[in-house]
Design a protein around this ligand. Structure first.
Ligand code: B3K
Ligand code: ZN
Length: 880
């Protein structure tokens, strides 16, 4: 299998030989035979080193009809046509090229380029989909002004949408009509979009701070319009927020969101015409959970915020992807924090980072936030580029402060509006606006791996000092054996053990007592922080608000952790104390051959206190009560036996349910409400604690609990509560009737059916794999629809660790077969699924051998896409 494929290298960047000033596109839409006319106004790029370089356009799966140069048709000897390139060797310094191309959108199951979903046309061009529409310089540093004319049958495609502003429209022969769109802003081809079909709109207006009126529109299939209110309200809230917080206004007359059910990811920020997965648009209380409502708000915000961070200022090349993604995730997290609960948001973001990004940093696909090479760019839309990228921006924010960060953003836009730039340019704007030296900080962009902080604390009663010794290090990752020290913002506090009071933090040499919470900068491999005037042995509260994406180790006693659970004023650190306690306990139990499964009395008492104290935010209590996930625990172990890990976690959960039966029941009853559903942070927080209590209680096999579940399932007026009950049933004997009832009720709602697929994919009951296989034949399932694949197959392989890793190896064979099936349909989705094998070096030897054999089988498949090949070949190299 050891074939070698050519990687693209960051340091090979050269500017494009030509620039494109204008592009005029005309689409004659037909499902199987669309004609694309492209008129390119070209000029030689003075920045290119070779003034006589040929023009090489990118293309994939295109049928070339004709090329004209300045009005004259070129004959075949004047250009060279290959599979993925069209080379025109000699061109004047300024010229006009007109290219006619044919494509087949109906055959496009990769969902990249122009494709058909439910009879409507959609596009997806990021990263390299535009080349599947027409021949082009399909790279982000070529920024052109686009016009788009769309011609289509007016009965089948009454709505024709494009980027920018609609300037003209008319009727044509053969029942056709046309619409012309002009986008006044220069943009790279990856932001191009087109939509055509039978769609309806829910709209509203937003008046910007400077008094401009903007139409805000959400386009969906007829019948879904009542599910668009939350997305529309979120878009308006995002527009207002970006004005208030960053002084950024929308720049076109209309902002459009269009929902499509066949989509490779969450959403796409095409200029003026964002295209969204229906999952991040459609919601009613009866069909969507609180998590869905949160997700819509975040994704709508994210795509809207890209209009400035991504579109107005874009990436020079794809290695700079985090320039727009890390920054925009940071912005959407801030948006959600400002309009909801900051603490809940922060804990949620850290959990996601640890569950998805830390494993990436520790696995075969580890790469820096700004990667150095890739085979397939679509494989680099990762948790590292997005979530760790956002943490890196957040650390800059922590270093500059809120106002300094705003100054840096202002300077960034002042310098780079309308340009395609690099991560260095962003950091330079932040450094220059704040007079900071971020040279060492930039290692966060270039080094992969999760740094570790090993901290020790010594109290000297006579000197009244408390000394923290902090050692930093970062494990080797593929291609990076050695790491240099990072600049780490380290937020901390010291808490008096007897009074629970926060102590002023005064460093040796300082004359005035400092604040009780401070951010110190760690720069050396080892740092000593000496705090003076400390009257008694304190409990340190470290890495408050998760001030850096690192793993921290401090020799806390169990008593210290219980103390922090009860006393820390930093909500993140308080939750972290619970998380650390539980993680440690579960890992110890996993490692012990035998021993007690009962919950320690100290833990029971701490949880009891959390449940019965009513001064705490229910949303935070809910988070503190949840046991660390198996995925998270897995990362701390080697030679893992996933069934054992599952069993250990499950038995602690059962024991806590038994010990805390009465306060859990009281909490459930106190929080359970029969008032009509309202979505807001307080109500979602209440429901989350109610349902965490229910989740524990459902471990108890008692008629009383079954009745509780039945009532909640039957009478809930909202999907959050209904799904919580159904989820419990799906893990219990006799749950099938409820699953059947649910399917009968929701068979025509694809997004609700996705939840139903996932519950079964995650079931603990025997036969989960067989069930998943059976469900692939269900009428609501389709291998061509990414949401279905993710809901059933990816959920099983990534999150049902016990069944996926079943000792017979059938889970692995199943996953490999599905990767191979999907690779022929949609390589991006196949590659995402293939990443479930990344854990192979971490499992115990028998499973490891089986996983390796399956990886080799996939890697050896002739004709494998570069997407899947890159994932499986890197996975195999990691074990070599
Ligand atoms: N920029 C898109 C992601 C495109 C993924 C291409 N494989 C969505 C987003 O991050 O907003
Ligand atoms: Zn994004």
């Amino acid at each position: 299998m050891q074939e070698q494929r050519q990687a693209i290298q960051r340091l090979d960047y050269t500017p494009p030989p030509f620039l494109i000033d204008r592009v005029d596109l005309t689409f004659e839409l037909e499902e199987t035979n669309t004609r694309v006319l492209s008129r390119l106004v070209l000029k030689r790029n003075p920045a290119h080193p070779d003034a006589g370089a040929p023009l090489v356009l990118n293309g994939e799966e295109l049928t070339l009809e004709s090329i004209k140069l300045d009005g004259k048709t070129l004959d075949a000897s004047e250009f060279a046509l290959a599979d993925t390139s069209l080379t025109i060797p000699t061109l004047p310094d300024e010229c006009i090229l007109e290219i006619a191309t044919r494509i087949n959108p109906l055959a496009n199951t990769a969902l990249s380029g122009l494709y058909v979903s439910n009879g409507n046309f959609f596009t997806q061009c990021e990263a390299e989909g535009f080349r599947r529409i027409t021949w082009y310089l399909d790279r982000p540093d070529v920024m052109a002004k686009f016009t788009t004319t769309i011609i289509a049958d007016k009965t089948r495609y009454p709505v024709l949408l494009g980027n920018g502003n609609r300037v003209d429209q008319g009727q044509m022969d053969r029942n056709r009509h046309w619409v012309k769109w002009v986008d006044p802003f220069r943009k790279p081809s990856y932001l191009f979009a087109l939509v055509a079909g039978k769609l309806v709109v829910l709209s509203d207006r937003h008046t910007t701070a400077s008094g401009k009126n903007v139409n805000v529109e959400v386009w969906v299939e007829p019948g879904d319009v009542e599910k668009c209110h939350h997305a529309l309200a979120s878009a308006k809230a995002a527009m207002k927020w970006d004005e208030d917080r960053f002084g950024l206004e929308y720049d076109l007359d209309t902002y459009m969101i269009v929902a499509v059910s066949d989509f490779n990811m969450g959403a796409m920020e095409n200029k003026g015409l964002n295209i969204f997965n229906t999952k991040y648009v459609l919601a009613r209380p009866e069909t969507a959970t609180d998590i869905d409502f949160d997700g819509i708000e975040a994704v709508v915000g994210h795509e809207y915020f890209h209009n400035w961070t991504g579109n107005r200022v874009t990436c020079r090349d794809w290695f700079q992807l985090s320039l727009k993604e890390g920054l925009t995730v940071f912005r959407d997290q801030e948006f959600s924090s400002d309009i909801g609960s900051r603490a809940v948001q922060r804990i949620g973001n850290v959990r996601t980072l640890r569950e998805y990004q830390f494993p990436e940093d520790a696995g075969p696909q580890a790469h820096p936030v700004r990667p150095d090479s890739y085979l397939e760019i679509n494989n680099f839309y990762t948790a590292t580029v997005y979530e760790k990228g956002s943490e890196v921006v957040r650390m800059i924010y922590t270093l500059t402060g809120k106002e300094g960060f705003r100054k840096g953003m202002d300077l960034y836009f002042k310098r780079h509006d309308g340009q395609a730039v690099t991560c260095d340019d962003f950091v330079a704007a932040m450094a220059d606006a704040n007079g900071l030296d971020l040279t060492q900080f930039k290692r966060w962009y270039s080094q992969s791996g999760t740094p570790r902080l090993d901290v020790e604390g010594v109290y000297d009663a006579a000197a009244q000092t408390f000394t923290l010794t902090v050692k930093q290090g970062c494990p080797a990752t593929p291609g990076q054996p050695e790491k240099q020290p990072y600049l780490i913002p380290f937020a901390l506090g010291l808490i008096d053990r007897t009074t629970g009071a926060e102590l002023p933090l005064t460093l040796e040499g300082e004359t005035v007592p400092g604040a009780t919470s401070r951010v110190l900068e760690l720069k050396e491999a080892t740092e000593r922080l000496v705090f003076t005037g400390v009257a008694s042995h304190p409990v340190p509260s470290l890495l408050r608000d998760f001030s850096a994406p690192v793993k921290l180790d401090y020799p806390y006693t169990d008593d210290d952790l219980v103390f922090l659970i009860a006393n820390d004023t930093d909500p993140f650190a308080r939750w972290e104390a619970a998380n650390t306690y539980l993680t440690r306990l579960l890992l110890q139990r996993y490692q012990q051959e035998s021993g007690s499964n009962a919950a320690p009395t100290q833990l029971v008492a701490a949880f009891d206190k959390l449940l019965t104290q009513d001064r705490l935010d229910p949303a935070l209590v809910a988070l503190m009560l949840q046991l660390p996930s198996e995925q998270f625990l897995f990362e701390a172990l080697s030679d893992v036996d996933p069934s054992r890990l599952h069993a250990v976690r499950q038995s602690l959960k059962q024991s806590l349910a038994r010990e805390l039966r009465s306060p859990l029941l009281a909490t459930y009853q106190r929080l359970h409400s029969t008032e009509p559903y309202v979505y807001n942070a307080a109500e979602a927080g209440r429901r989350s604690l109610q349902n965490v209590a229910l989740d524990y209680l459902s471990e108890l096999d008692e008629p009383r609990i079954t009745e509780l579940l039945t009532n909640q399932y039957r009478h809930a007026d909202n999907m959050t509560d209904k799904l919580a009950a159904l989820s419990a049933f799906s893990q219990r004997e006799g749950g099938d009737q409820y699953l059947a009832d649910f399917a009968a009720m929701w068979q025509d709602d694809p997004l609700v059916m996705d939840k139903w697929f996932t519950l079964q994919a995650l079931s603990d009951r025997p036969g989960a794999l067989a069930r998943v296989q059976q469900l692939m034949n269900h009428p609501a399932f389709a291998m061509t629809n990414p949401n279905k694949v993710r809901a059933l197959i990816t959920a099983f392989c990534n999150r049902n660790l016990a069944s996926f890793h079943a000792a017979d190896g059938y889970g692995y064979a199943f996953a490999a077969d599905r990767v191979l099936d999907l690779d022929k349909i949609n390589p991006q989705i196949a590659a995402r699924l293939a990443a479930c094998f990344n854990r192979w070096t971490r499992v115990e030897p028998k499973r490891r051998a089986m996983m390796k054999a399956e990886l080799e089988r996939v890697a050896g498949q002739p004709g494998l896409s570069s997407d899947t090949y890159e994932i499986v070949s890197k996975a195999l190299q990691a074990g070599a």
